[in-house]
Design a protein around this ligand. Structure first.
Ligand SMILES: [Zn+2]
Length: 487
């Protein structure tokens, strides 16, 4: 009895000490945010919004098969750019690749400084006919209504192409010359691989020996309400993107008749394989970009969340379960897999001899085709199943979040968007910028407009639009960034 009491007291004291330790640790958590003073709003021409609306009217829909694109729409956008931005067109060096991809070179004052590449893509995804009735405005009408610029490309990605052109034209009008050379790179097939646009641009830069200090492309944005536990506006800067792998699993079995079937058909063999894989997902793992994300935003959170991040190892299971609970969160902490195509069977009374399923994987930094294939073979454990890799893109390199380039982005964001926190993060989709890995190891993925849980669905979705004030701010951001790209 006495012993039990002493033990309880001991446990109690230990708990108090432990909680005290965690509280002290929480209070010692320091913000890693830079303090940057905001600047007064830069004046943006009232024509800027009209320009974005006009650019949306060109149906620059890309297609994997280049013979299926409407080349007149791409040609019209190309000549519209020349007409609308006469100073950009005449004062910058311009190169066109595969008829439509644009590369502008804006010579800097100081030739010793490595150049910077600012990207956007001119193509858009289609609007399926059956979705048209759900659009409140014509997706290619270029309508400005209720303070919004409507249409396909408003956020993906004409906002960046037009924002960059608008900023450059504005600065040229003021006789501004950048300190270091700036390239503007606009591909025309990002939505279908970027092999004819961005890739050709990179091949050219590589042949010229250009080694950019950094590259900026789309990927993340300003966010509000998208980071769990955070109500301030957060600018996420993608410092890496996940890899992409598609594998087909096929099975072949002996024939038979449906009136006296064998033990297992090909469908059952493949179903078993799918089941075993679903039972054995890839282990959860915090990659460097996500670790940096926790480190940058943890200290900014309300006390309870801050305590969790301040005592990460203790609260790791809780933090992981919060991220696991949403699809987007789960994708940040795991190599994901999903069966996307299934084929088998031809007739109701014929036993299928063959079946196959196609899986799509998105790989965390650190994973590779080899690690995924090893996982598949380990858990499928069936010699009748064969594997065929259909497509592979390794995870990107992880860019330095302590570099000069990152700092300029952080500074420009905070100058133009007051009360905004910044943080690195991992991009779960793919962007054109991956092609630039051949010539630089610093690629940042950030577009200067806000996304919320409500507007997230506009991506490749319905009623894509951007508010006029958000677009003006995007132009301001690019102006400021170009001014900040000195030394
Ligand atoms: Zn895009």
């Amino acid at each position: 009895m006495k012993y039990l009491r002493s033990l309880l007291i001991l446990v109690g004291l230990f708990l108090i000490a432990f909680i005290g330790f965690m509280l002290v640790k929480t209070m010692l958590v320091k913000s890693s945010q830079s303090t940057v003073a905001s600047i007064p709003p830069i004046e943006v021409s009232p024509d800027a919004k009209k320009h974005l609306a006009e650019a949306i009217q060109f149906k620059t829909i890309s297609n994997l098969d280049p013979s299926l694109i409407d080349s007149t729409e791409f040609a019209k956008l190309k000549s519209w750019i020349s007409d609308t931005y006469p100073m950009v067109d005449s004062l910058l060096e311009k190169l066109i690749f595969e008829d439509y991809a644009h590369l502008y070179r804006w010579e800097g004052k100081n030739k010793d400084l490595a150049p910077v590449v600012l990207m956007g893509h001119m193509d858009v995804v289609p609007v399926p006919e059956e979705n048209l009735p759900f659009w409140k405005q014509d997706p290619f009408g270029g309508v400005i209504a209720d303070g919004d610029i409507w249409g396909r490309g408003a956020i993906d990605d004409k906002i960046n192409v037009i924002g960059l052109l608008e900023a450059t034209e504005m600065l040229l009008k003021k006789d501004f010359q950048p300190e270091r050379t700036i390239y503007l790179a606009f591909g025309h097939d990002e939505e279908v691989s970027g092999k004819r646009g961005a890739k050709m641009i990179v091949d050219h830069l590589k042949s010229e020996g250009v080694r950019p200090d950094f590259v900026l492309d789309e990927g993340y944005t300003l966010t509000k309400g998208l980071v769990p536990g955070m109500d301030k506006q957060v600018a996420l800067i993608g410092i890496a993107e996940k890899g992409y792998l598609t594998v087909r699993l096929s099975a072949e079995v002996e024939g038979g008749h449906s009136s006296m079937p064998g033990k297992e058909t090909a469908i059952e063999v493949i179903s078993q394989a799918i089941y075993r894989l679903e039972e054995h997902p890839f282990p959860e793992r915090i990659s460097y970009p996500v670790k940096a994300f926790f480190r940058n935003l943890g200290p900014e959170m309300p006390f309870v969340n801050k305590m969790a991040f301040g005592n990460f190892e203790v609260f790791k299971p809780l933090i992981l379960s919060t991220y696991r609970s949403s699809n987007a969160g789960a994708a940040l902490i795991q190599t994901t897999m999903v069966p996307t195509i299934f084929h088998s069977g031809v007739k109701d009374n014929v036993v299928p001899l063959k079946a196959n399923v196609t899986f799509n994987f998105r790989l965390l930094p650190g994973d590779s085709m080899e690690t995924v294939m090893a996982h598949l073979k380990k858990w499928v454990k069936d010699d009748r199943v064969s594997f065929q890799v259909l497509q592979y893109q390794a995870p990107s390199v992880v860019s330095d979040d302590n570099s000069w380039g990152y700092e300029q982005l952080d500074k420009s964001i905070k100058e133009v968007f007051p009360n905004t926190l910044t943080s690195p993060n991992l991009v779960i989709g793919g962007t054109d910028s991956r092609h630039f890995q051949e010539i630089t190891n610093k690629i940042y993925r950030f577009a200067p407009y806000q996304l919320t849980p409500e507007t997230l669905s506009m991506f490749h979705g319905l009623n894509e639009r951007i508010s006029v004030s958000d677009f003006d701010n995007a132009v301001r951001f690019y102006v400021r960034l170009m001014e900040n790209l000195g030394d």
